[in-house]
Each structure stands twice: as C-alpha cells, then as structure tokens.
Ligand binder design. Structure first.
Ligand code: FES
Ligand SMILES: [Fe+2]
Length: 346
C-alpha cells in the first residue's frame, strides 16, 4: 500500500531528456520524457491503441510517438495524431500524471490530479545554490521497500555497526546520543548531539580534526519519502547552548525514497558541501564517501528485505532506539488510513 495523494521524486531533472525513460512508480509503469519545449511529462507507459509500452517510442515535435503504429500523445496524454486517420476521438488518450520540475528534481503526483498542489512539494533550494552549497547527486536502485530505507534513516544507532569504516565512530556514542524529538503534521524532526566523541574517518579526511569533536545531526522526515539532513561538527566545546554556527564541518544530505514496487525502491540522494565550497575536490570527496556509506545501508537493508519476505515481520520487537522510527511509521499509517477513508466516502 502506498500513499497516493503525495508528490514523489520521479527522477533527477538531468535524467530526463529526449529519450523516453521507463520507471515504475508506486507499482505503476510510467514513461517520463521531455517534449520539444523542454517540459517534462509523465504518462502511463502503455499505448491506448494496442498496449505497447510508450517508452519504446520517441519524442517528436507534437509529443511522444508510440513505437508500434505511430500514434502521438501530448503531455496531457491526449492523442494528437493517428496515422491515416483525420478525426481523433477524445477517448484516444492515455493517463497522464502531474509533474513539477523543482530543485533539480522532477516530482510526480500519483493520486487524484485535482489535489496536486505544487506548494506541497518539499523545498530543497540548496540544489540551486552552487556558491554556498555545491552538491553532487545520484540515484541507487534498492531491492527493498522504501519504508525500510526510511526506517534506516530514523534509527541512527546503526551508524556504529554498519558504518564503522566510513561515517560511524564508536557504537556507544550513537546509542548514547542525546535526542530532541519533535512531531510535525507530516512527519517528525529530531536533533542528535554527540558531544566529546571520536571523529569518524570521513570527518578527519574532510577537515583534518585532530582530537575529539562535538557532533550534531538534524533530521526531518516529510511524508511520504523525504528525509532532510544537516550534519555539523566542531572542536569540543565550540557548540555552546545548542548553537551550531561554529561548525568546522557541515554538509546537507537529501534522501528521497520513491517506491517502485512493494519491495523495491529508488533512493535519490545528494550531498551538499557547506565547509569548503570553493574546492570541487571536497564536494567530490563528500559525495564519494557518502555514497560508500549508503552502499553499506543498501546491503544491510536488502538483506533485511529478503528475510522479511521469507519469514514475515510478525515476530519483530521494538527497542528504545525505535522511538523516532515509530513516530514516522505512525504518521505514515495515519495518512494511509485518512486516504482509505476518503476513498471509501466517495
Ligand atoms: S500500440 Fe501504440 S500505436 Fe499501436
Ligand atoms: Fe546508514
């Protein structure tokens, strides 16, 4: 089950060009393309003539041309050309999905188009700010449910076990981190403080910390699949009264999880450098090291999914470090229930 009335990341904007891109989103086959005016479009990936997948076709002046018998569809899904036929009946159309290009993403709305309000898209203006937040981005296909990847980000005690060689540090630092948690209408926000802790290898490489450091991480989950992250670190004692302005190292990560099927997803992520902005090598290193850490998450979560698929989840227990994760899951369950109720009322 997926929340349908919500914006999901369909693709990075630079993934969509003149060649149609097939992508299954919330278990629906979608074709993404850019028309000749450079506007992105998302259509159901099935021609209304004989059912051929539209991604096998090509972009032409009037829209997307089916690769089987040449029908052409515009961005709204309306057929605008049938070879050898003058009149086109209105019913000759395919379903289209609302799309918005914003902050280097193309967002898609999989639910009722009448409710697709672009103001509800999670803003991430850092992607447009190459001076203060130069970034690099990519997408990892994951063989696990999107919600398992969000779970992973909501319980960071895993850092000391999964990421020992990258961003981890000492397990007890993560387990003992002081947490401030705040619920929001569409999710949950939390701050983790790890004062007087050993810097992880990636931090030492980035800014050359010598001794112990104060670490701070601020996270926010926004349903259905965005996790916004700010991370900072300073010499011990520099963070006074919760003020993180004195960070020697800081970066922002965007995590966007879009379901492909019930047990697979797309992990869109970016890393933005806020510490050595004029040094492209620093941005690249942050990206490479973040990517290495996320491959560690991918490995453990895919293995977890395989086991859950095999044996189910009815015997799993919750522990104290699941607090934020449970807030997140409750929000998602409430939104799913509200949507089911609204559908039933119709
Ligand atoms: S199946 Fe698309 S034109 Fe015939
Ligand atoms: Fe992780």
């Amino acid at each position: 089950m997926f929340i349908r009335n919500a914006w999901y990341i369909a693709a990075w904007a630079d993934e969509i060009g003149a060649t149609p891109l097939a992508r299954r989103i919330c278990n629906e086959p979608v074709v993404l393309y850019r028309d000749r005016q450079s506007q992105p479009a998302a259509l159901l990936d099935m021609c209304c003539h004989r059912g051929a997948p539209l991604h096998l076709g090509r972009v032409v002046d009037q829209g997307l041309e089916c690769g089987y018998h040449g029908l052409i569809f515009d961005r709204s899904g309306q057929c605008v050309c049938v070879p050898g036929q003058d009149r086109i009946i209105e019913r000759t159309r395919v379903r289209s999905f609302p799309v918005v290009e914003q902050d280097a993403f193309v967002w898609v709305w999989m639910g009722d188009p009448a409710q697709a309000d672009p103001a509800k898209i999670v803003p991430w203006p850092y992607h447009n700010d190459a001076v203060n937040w130069p970034h690099r981005h990519t997408m990892y296909p994951i063989k696990a449910a999107a919600m398992l990847m969000v779970d992973n980000l909501m319980d960071l005690t895993h850092l000391g076990y999964v990421h020992t060689s990258t961003i981890g540090g000492n397990p007890s630092q993560h387990v003992d981190a002081k947490m401030d948690i705040e619920r929001t209408p569409l999710g949950v926000r939390f701050t983790r403080w790890m004062l007087n802790s050993i810097p992880p290898p990636t931090y030492v490489k980035a800014v050359g910390f010598q001794g112990r450091i104060d670490r701070c991480q601020k996270f926010e989950f926004v349903a259905p699949g965005a996790v916004l992250q700010w991370t900072g670190a300073a010499e011990v004692g520099e963070y006074r009264d919760g003020n993180t302005d004195s960070s020697k190292l800081q970066f922002r990560l965007f995590h966007g999880l879009t379901p492909e099927t019930e047990t697979t997803c797309f992990y869109f992520w970016s890393a933005a450098n806020g510490f050595r902005q004029d040094d492209p090598a620093a941005t690249e290193l942050l990206f490479q090291q973040t990517g290495a850490a996320f491959l560690e998450d991918k490995a453990v979560v895919e293995a977890q999914q395989a086991r859950l698929t095999e044996l189910g989840e009815s015997n799993l227990v919750d522990i104290v470090s699941d607090t934020v994760r449970l807030h997140m899951r409750r929000t998602v369950d409430r939104l799913l229930a509200e949507e089911a109720q609204a559908l039933a009322a119709e």
